[in-house]
Design a binder for this molecule. Structure first.
Ligand code: GLN
Length: 248
């Protein structure tokens, strides 16, 4: 399953954030430690996104994170206080292309998914039928994650992130049991995440908030998030609550 990272804190280069630690996101792209049976490596592209004075920008590539020269040649000069990044392991049957890589985005939102929607696309057809055709025409890639983003983006127009994300997990699990739904959402000032059959850790102190599929180092301050939980994080603030099914 893919690996993702959300960062809020003192200004850092994007290259530093994806490379720091002995188990950095770059390391997790070729030697992840906690895939829980969902794939072996995360070689099917990657994406990085950052918020700045002019809003949100991103770079996505179908190349492995460890081999794309942008990491050495460009990302050291892109600095931000708010970053998301993801390394992808394509689910069997889903295409390898840069538009299938997180972060998916719109306006100031950025989204990533670690996992799989079982039985996709048929299992998601009922939920997708509730979307306007104009939304469906904007599907960036024929993948479960791109479809989840359309559903979440629509819900964010009406609900706060906690409600929108927990309702989405509940609906998808009902339609596609045994799905793996670790979601990550950011808007540049806060990060929200779910755990649903996948690994997630957080490191939050007064200066920074980091949400990551696997810790990038052995700092004992990392907290492992239990399965089926919702996380809301920003510097100096961490809330972890159970994802209640049936509480839509
Ligand atoms: N199913 C998604 C994809 O193929 C996410 C993959 C993953 O988490 N390994 O893009």
């Amino acid at each position: 399953m893919c690996r993702h990272l959300g960062y809020l804190g003192p200004e850092r280069s994007v290259a530093d954030l994806v490379s720091r630690g002995e188990n950095s996101l770059v390391h997790q792209s070729y030697a992840p430690r906690d895939m829980r049976g969902g794939g072996t490596i995360n070689a099917d592209g990657f994406g990085v996104g950052w918020w700045g004075a002019d809003g949100f920008s991103r770079y996505r590539s179908a190349a492995p994170l460890w081999s794309d020269p942008v990491v050495r040649e460009t990302l050291p000069n892109i600095r931000s206080r708010a970053v998301v990044a993801a390394a992808r392991s394509a689910t069997v049957g889903m295409p390898v292309q840069h538009t299938a890589c997180a972060p998916f985005s719109d306006d100031t939102w950025a989204f990533s998914h670690n996992g799989v929607v079982r039985g996709w696309p048929e299992s998601l057809a009922g939920l997708a039928a509730e979307l306007p055709a104009s939304d469906l025409l904007q599907l960036e890639a024929p993948t479960d994650s791109a479809a989840l983003w359309l559903l979440l983006r629509r819900a964010l127009g009406e609900q706060d992130p906690e409600k929108a994300m927990s309702s989405l997990v509940q609906s998808v699990v009902a339609a596609a049991p045994n799905s793996r739904l670790n979601l990550l959402l950011g808007n540049g000032t806060e990060l929200w995440a779910t755990t649903w059959h996948h690994s997630l850790s957080v490191l939050v102190d007064d200066e920074r908030a980091i949400v990551m599929s696997e810790p990038y180092d052995d700092n004992p301050a990392w907290q492992s998030i239990p399965d089926r939980h919702f996380v809301s994080a920003r510097p100096g603030h961490l809330i972890v609550t159970p994802l209640e099914m049936g509480a839509r």
